[in-house]
Design a protein around this ligand. Structure first.
Ligand code: UD1
Ligand code: MG
Length: 457
């Protein structure tokens, strides 16, 4: 049986090198704050309690996560990682253990953490370590030459030449029994190069008391990378995106270039989906079987049903697209739009908060807002629904089998009854009768013999 798992996320560091007024852990990776990523990994372990240690700018962090069930702990001033954990000590129940995470190490995987916790069961201390070709800046794991047992962790600034040559580093992520934390944390001293209370000094205390120390390694070294600067942030973003793209490929999605897709949220794909270059998916996007997304499209919170093709440069938000539709190129579909099966939306068409039934087409240069369109309707080029009177929005209803001639304005509220044909160039302000031709157009006249003015020679 696992004891009560506590998780403490250290997030009080100022993050000076980000050069930002936003607290570091609120900077976004793949469309959400770094801290959200850490909280997700933490949540997957089903912890008994999660504490977040915050410092400078902490209120902003707290507000951002106000709906979550977290315990916020203020650390002021920031006197080191050991001091940070000390602030959380009153929240750590004796009959539990604590996993220490960093708010600025966002890519750590729950699977790795779960292994670390397994290693550290039964009153052991468990450290997540790894070997780095260039260990500069990290605390080094010092082991006994003969037994290979961990004897201590030495920080970069306190290490001697021999210690600096060690490649095994402390990732900072540890799992320690709470009873030990209650004994050890108050005893930490800051007699070191940085005059900080080092969490890593607990390891020496564990050795002195013969508490077993075990270690485990992450599956991938990118899991333990921290963010101190925007350069590192950008590097982690690419790692995240590359990993995500690889997962999509493994799941059977065709990516024309796996380094030119960005997913900021969740992308679910059916079978045989194809995604061309430079597409961005935000929020929750669900693509059915055989969907094709051509180059340079942006989809946010969208569901696309089987067999639909989204042509290049289309932008679709908070909408549902049916089966066999053709959208774009250059279509803009705004929130609360619902397109049934086999709808065609063409170039330079904007659709907002509208419902379009099966088989209808709006193929060129139109604005359709607050509109309900029936089946098999053809909306001609340049048609505008005039939905806004300057104060209120009004609805347009276009029933089944309507044909709207090009360059028509439909002044809402208005109903175009089924079977209506609207002559091109009309301004329609009144409801139309069924199955008739309606048009509003000055009669065409010809002035015979009229001459164009010409300059005097
Ligand atoms: C720490 C470890 C080092 C390890 C490295 C991994 C110690 C003494 N050293 O060093 O062995 O290799 O992480 O990245 O633990 N924080 C607070 N309050 C503080 C200080 C830090 O909340 O007073 C938080 C930071 O926001 C950050 C984390 O703790 O999330 C680590 O702090 P950082 O200063 O980056 O630690 P390092 O000196 O790099
Ligand atoms: Mg430091």
């Amino acid at each position: 049986m696992r004891s009560k798992l506590h998780i403490v996320i250290l997030a009080a560091g100022i993050g000076k090198r980000m050069k930002s007024s936003l607290p570091k852990v609120l900077h976004e990776l793949a469309g959400k704050p770094m801290l959200s990523h850490v909280l997700e990994a933490a949540g997957a372990l089903q912890p008994y309690r999660v504490c977040v240690v915050i410092g400078h700018g902490g209120e902003q962090v707290r507000e951002r996560f106000c709906t979550s069930d977290l315990i916020w702990i203020k650390q002021e001033p920031q006197l080191g990682t050991g001091h940070a954990l000390l602030q959380a000590l009153p929240e750590l129940d004796d009959e539990g253990s604590t996993l220490i995470l960093y708010g600025d190490v966002p890519l750590v995987q729950a699977e790795t953490l779960s292994r670390l916790i397994q290693e550290g069961l039964e009153e052991k201390c468990a450290i997540l370590t790894t070997e780095l070709e260039n260990p500069y800046g990290y605390g080094r794991i010092i082991r006994n030459k003969d037994t290979h047992a961990i004897t201590c962790i030495v920080e970069q600034k306190d290490a001697d030449e021999t210690q600096l040559s060690v490649n095994e580093i402390n990732t900072g992520i540890m799992h320690i029994p709470n009873r030990k934390l209650h004994m050890w944390l108050p005893k930490l001293k800051n007699d070191n190069a940085q005059k900080e209370y080092y969490l890593t000094d607990l390891i020496k205390m564990a050795v002195d008391e013969n508490v077993p120390i075990v270690s485990t390694q992450p599956k991938h070294n990118w899991e333990i990378l921290g963010v101190n600067s925007r350069t590192q942030m950008a590097e982690l973003e690419r790692i995240y995106q590359k990993e995500n793209a690889n997962r999509l490929l493994e799941d059977g999605v065709t990516l024309y270039d796996s380094s030119r897709i960005d997913v900021r949220g969740q992308l679910e794909c059916g079978s045989d989906v194809e995604i061309d270059i430079n597409c961005l998916f935000e929020g929750h996007v669900k693509l059915g079987n055989d969907v094709k997304i051509k180059a340079n499209c942006i989809l946010r919170d969208v569901t696309v049903a089987d067999g639909t093709i989204i042509y290049p440069f289309s932008h679709i938000e908070s909408s549902e697209i049916g089966k066999g539709c053709k959208i774009g190129p250059y279509s803009r579909i705004r929130p609360n739009t619902n397109l049934n099966d086999n709808v065609h939306i063409g170039n330079f068409v904007e659709i907002k908060q509208s419902h379009i039934s099966g088989g209808s087409k709006v193929n060129h240069l139109s604005y359709i807002g607050d509109t309900v369109i029936g089946q098999n309707v053809n909306v001609g080029a340049g048609t505008i629904t005039c939905n806004y009177d300057g104060a209120y929005k009004h609805q347009t209803i276009i029933e089944d089998n309507v044909f709207i001639g090009s360059d028509t304005q439909l002044v809402a509220p208005v109903k175009i009854s089924q079977g209506t044909t609207i002559g091109a160039g009309s301004t329609i302000t009144k409801d139309t009768p069924e199955n008739e031709l309606t048009l509003s157009r000055a009669k065409q006249v010809t002035l015979t013999g009229w001459k164009r003015p010409s300059k005097n020679k």
